[in-house]
Design a protein around this ligand. Structure first.
Ligand SMILES: O=C[C@H](O)COP(=O)(O)O
Length: 246
């Protein structure tokens, strides 16, 4: 039985004031005991969020990490530094990083190795663009991303995969529960082929998850939670999504 995980990716949003208010709203709710919940702010807000969540079951994640542990890498932040700060999770290979920062599968695999070595729990994102789906290439793209990004680490304990079709991110266009289930089942099959214990691997769906579509998505056999963007910025909506997974 896989325990659901709901992770909020706050992306590059907020200020210390606004996230204080958001956290106040979230921490005022009683989280269902059956669900793991994470929030992932920008690097510079991590200390504030870790401190605010220290007496709660909310765990904190970063949105990226460096592929190396120390050195002359201006602007990078090492996984071990994030761990030291109190992070539990790290998101890797988000499509916004793949596209705006030209992150390759090989770089993501190096970041994954660094994250695991530092003791962070990684959430590795994969997903096809609209053009790739329309060309019938969605599964081939996701299979290639899984192979390349998980190189050498597909059987790592606690590894989480997030399927985020790029065409559904921030667009209001959610994959139908059937489309998402089909891809999640495919990912699970691929994970078996890559040597993972796929029955225990949590596979999250991401892409315009909202309170009104979360229940239907979570009812699918292979959807083990969500990586939530926009709706994670509203305490009420994020809490409703968590409740739908509980
Ligand atoms: O990491 C989260 C995803 O990119 C989904 O974002 P969204 O819920 O705003 O579509």
């Amino acid at each position: 039985m896989r325990r659901p995980l709901i992770a909020g990716n706050w992306k590059m949003h907020g200020s210390r004031d606004s996230i204080g208010i958001l956290l106040g709203g979230l921490l005022a709710q009683k989280l269902p005991e059956s669900v793991d919940v994470a929030v992932c702010p920008v690097y510079v807000h991590l200390d504030q969020v870790v401190a605010a969540c220290s007496d709660s079951d909310l765990r904190v994640g970063a949105q990226d990490c460096s592929h190396v542990d120390q050195g002359a890498y201006t602007g990078d932040v090492a996984a071990s530094m994030l761990r030291e700060l109190g992070c539990h999770w790290v998101i890797l290979g988000h499509s916004e990083r793949r596209s705006y920062h030209a992150e390759s599968d090989a770089l993501i695999a190096a970041k994954l190795a660094a994250a695991l070595a530092a003791g962070l729990a990684p959430i590795v994102c994969v997903g096809e663009t609209r053009e790739q789906r329309e060309a019938g290439e969605a599964e081939a793209v996701v299979a290639r991303q899984l192979r390349g990004s998980l190189e050498g680490a597909s059987s790592a304990a606690g590894l989480v995969i997030a399927y985020e079709p790029v065409w559904a991110i921030g667009t209001g266009l959610t994959a139908t529960p059937e489309q998402a289930q089909q891809m999640h089942a495919f990912i699970r099959e691929q994970m078996t082929g890559l040597g993972a214990n796929a029955d225990e691997t949590r596979i999250l769906y991401g892409g315009s998850v909202k309170p009104d579509n979360a229940g239907e998505l979570f009812a699918q056999a292979d959807i083990d939670g969500a990586l939530v963007g926009g709706a994670a910025l509203k305490a009420e909506d994020f809490s409703a999504i968590i409740a739908a997974a509980g």
